[in-house]
Design a protein around this ligand. Sequence first.
Ligand code: UDP
Length: 237
Amino acid sequence: MKKLEQLYEGKAKKVFATDDPNVVIVSYKDDATAFNGEKKGTILGKGAINNKMTNNLMQRLEQAGVPTHFLEQLSDRETAVKKVTIVPLEVIVRNISAGSFAKRYGVEEGIPFSQPTFELSYKNDDLGDPLLNDSHALALGLATREELDLIRSYALKINELLKGFMKEIGIDLVDFKLEFGKTADGTIVLADEISPDTCRLWDENTHEKLDKDRFRRDMGGAEEAYEEVMRRLMGDR
Ligand code: UDP
């Protein structure tokens, strides 16, 4: 497969065309942003960690019956994935209160829920990714009823699987964000990434934050936290 021109550069990844119209290459950067791009910085080594961790988790999800865009890891930072049109929704599942949930509803962080919450935001930087419900998504034509139902069932299944993978390595999965895409034939697949950039991960014993909140909140130790998750998940690969 041949890497061709750059199609897109996002906050954390670049996307390149290939000689196969159904395949693109994603290249993960060390750049970190928060608060809708207002805060910018670098987490050294993050690109390679997020690439390898995403691929490890997507392959395990795929084996458990969740379709994903993953095709083949090409290098530390680069992966071939199915070309999709991203459904412009941020799909967020929560198991423990934190972040915008705690703020919006005026509760402390760290309260475990009896069942997971499921929420959607409109993926639109200019509008600050506003929260929306199914009827809003349908009114805006962002997805069909069938697609929304499928996305919800995949997201909740992914939550159960990821919670298990993290528990095995002594981590509580607090919350996470997913993005889904549509392949040329209309199939909905899990896309984007699953990493400490997109998940809140707390050590089950010390409750230490092992995710991007270390960067967002200027706590220091973001590099070490990402490396720690990677080491627990995959050894030193
Ligand atoms: N998240 C993300 N990208 C976003 C917004 C949120 O990956 O643009 C992730 C975030 O890392 C967390 C979860 O989604 O694991 C829930 O985030 P929340 O709504 O609490 O927003 P935040 O506090 O990050 O602004």
